[in-house]
Design a protein around this ligand. Structure first.
Ligand code: FAD
Length: 385
């Protein structure tokens, strides 16, 4: 199918597929089993110059956008959702700097991220703060030419490996979402320490951490935007990054689908290939159709994001929601096609099913996506005749 990708995007697709098949496929089961961070695959992705594809050339990137990133994330996810999120979380952490950073902040932090020399993380979630992002409890108090951060974050992807983190804190809890303020925090800043690394159902090789801020002094020069801009920073970031979660979901679904087809074409029962049973064929047909629909929505959402369309928040939420629901359905059906073999760790489908689940949860659960979509529809409908 011709998805209308540019020459550069086709090149990224081919390169990401090559690196994923050569460097990630041979180690994905072991990384998952041992729950080890994928240092070598990440180095291979950096060596292939895939870290800066969505960043402007002025900061060491390739000048692409959200769609370029989606194409790479999809290919990596087809092989391993855990490596894909470790890679994609760099963009999640970098977008606040790209969107709200001063020229000085961009020059200082983005080139290392674009080259994959320093990993990046985005820290919003806290023990008492999940979907209600405006209720952040971590405080930031101005003191001279710095801010003093106190509080904790949880479930932060790349939290333990990132050199640069964008962190949401509040300058005034009474102001709710309008008190939120975003900061760049460098690993190693006194008062910033790592907590436990989480043990998870899926995406097990990714690093998911608790972070502590105990009188952590951050230069005022590291504030992103103005005091109170934090909620806007977070929402604008999600708008850009949500198609990427959709791409992750499409890639995982594609990987599981291919495994199911391969299995159905080789496994024989009742003297024939199981792919000859209509019940199996119809499952494969549904899976293929749902994946194509999800992919088209994800690519279109990324295009809307890249041209700053007014509808990008709604379409990004639709793409994330639809693709992740599709990934869950397709991985469950792919496992069913493989029968008992699919349930065994020897086959990759059970891992893909475990990896798919998170795409319905992070960067806003699918319940929150539905609320975002509904709100946009209600607003739009005010202009309907
Ligand atoms: C593996 C992993 C990695 C993550 N990485 C990061 C990261 O890098 N950075 C970061 O900041 N966060 C990260 N998160 C956090 C993630 O974004 C949150 O888990 C997610 O936003 C949901 O918050 P919650 O888990 O606290 O659920 P809750 O908000 O407690 O929700 C519980 C349930 O209630 C529903 N619900 C809540 N509010 C509403 C509502 N208004 N309407 C309808 N239903 C509602 C939810 O959909 C959900 O089903 C990560 C989480 C995981 C598990």
């Amino acid at each position: 199918m011709d998805y209308g990708l540019t020459e550069q995007q086709l090149m990224i697709q081919e390169l990401a597929r090559k690196v994923s098949e050569e460097k990630i496929l041979p180690v994905r089961a072991e990384l998952d089993e041992k729950e080890e961070f994928p240092y070598e695959p990440m180095k291979a992705l950096a060596a292939a110059d895939l870290f800066g594809i969505y960043l402007p050339e002025a900061y060491g990137g390739f000048g692409g956008g959200a769609l370029d990133l989606c194409v790479a994330v999809e290919e990596i996810s087809r092989i391993c959702g855990g490596v894909a999120v470790s890679y994609a979380a760099n963009a999640l952490g970098a977008y606040p700097i790209l969107l709200f950073g001063s020229e000085e902040q961009k020059q200082k932090y983005l080139p290392d991220i674009a080259a994959g020399r320093k990993y990046c993380a985005f820290a919003l979630t806290e023990p008492n703060v999940g979907s209600d992002a405006g209720a952040v409890e971590t405080t930031s108090k101005k003191d001279g030419d710095s801010y003093v951060l106190n509080g904790s974050k949880q479930w932060i992807t790349n939290g333990g490996v990132a050199g640069t983190l964008t962190v949401m804190a509040t300058v005034n809890r009474a102001r709710g979402a309008r008190g939120l303020t975003a900061f760049i925090v460098e690993a190693g800043t006194p008062g910033f320490t790592l907590g436990k690394k989480e043990k998870k159902l899926g995406i097990r090789c990714s690093d998911t951490r608790v972070l502590y801020f105990d009188n952590c002094r951050v230069p005022a020069a590291n504030r992103l935007g103005r005091e109170g801009d934090g909620f806007r920073v977070a929402m604008a970031t999600f708008e850009k990054s949500r198609p990427g979660i959709g791409a992750q979901a499409v890639g995982i679904a594609q990987g599981a689908f291919e495994e199911a087809v391969k299995f159905a074409k080789t496994r024989e029962q009742f003297g024939q290939k199981v792919s000859s049973f209509q019940a199996i064929q119809h499952m494969l047909a549904d899976m293929a159709t749902q994946i194509e629909a999800a992919r088209l929505l994800v690519y279109q959402a990324a295009r809307e994001v890249d041209r700053n369309s007014k509808e990008s928040a709604k379409i990004s939420a639709m793409a994330k929601m639809y693709a992740s629901d599709t990934a869950m359905k397709v991985t469950v059906d792919a496992l069913q096609v493989c029968g008992g073999s699919g349930y065994m760790r020897e086959y990759p489908v059970e891992k893909m099913l475990r990896d798919a689940k998170i795409t319905q949860i992070y960067e806003g659960t699918n319940q929150i996506q539905r609320s975002v979509i509904a709100l946009a529809i209600v607003r739009e409908s005010a202009n309907w005749k």
